[in-house]
Design a protein. Structure first.
Length: 97
């Protein structure tokens, strides 16, 4: 008997755009964002003293990925990012939900 493949949850286009924008801003600061499979939560890592990477677990749903990035920025692990006003408003609204 064949197993049925699990369907991926439908991602909200607004959340996807928010995640993509966050990643783009962080990449502009010199970070590499990697979404990978594995048995880990994720986090910030410095390789060989200079290459900065943020690992995010691929199993996380999109809202959890966004929350993870925001928490890492808030903790001070990542470089400070000056968000455009419209994005800051969206992030504030997202956090209040």
């Amino acid at each position: 008997m064949r197993r049925k493949k699990k369907r991926k949850p439908v991602e909200d286009p607004e959340e996807l755009e928010l995640f993509t924008t966050l990643c783009s801003l962080l990449e502009a600061k010199g970070l590499e964002i990697r979404v990978e499979k594995g048995d880990f939560r994720g986090g910030f890592c410095v390789v060989e003293g200079e290459k900065q990477i943020v690992f995010i677990n691929k199993k996380f749903p999109l809202p959890k990925r966004i929350e993870f990035l925001l928490n890492e920025i808030q903790k001070g692990e990542l470089p400070t990012v000056d968000f455009p006003v419209d994005l800051q408003d969206r992030l504030d609204a997202y956090r209040s939900d």
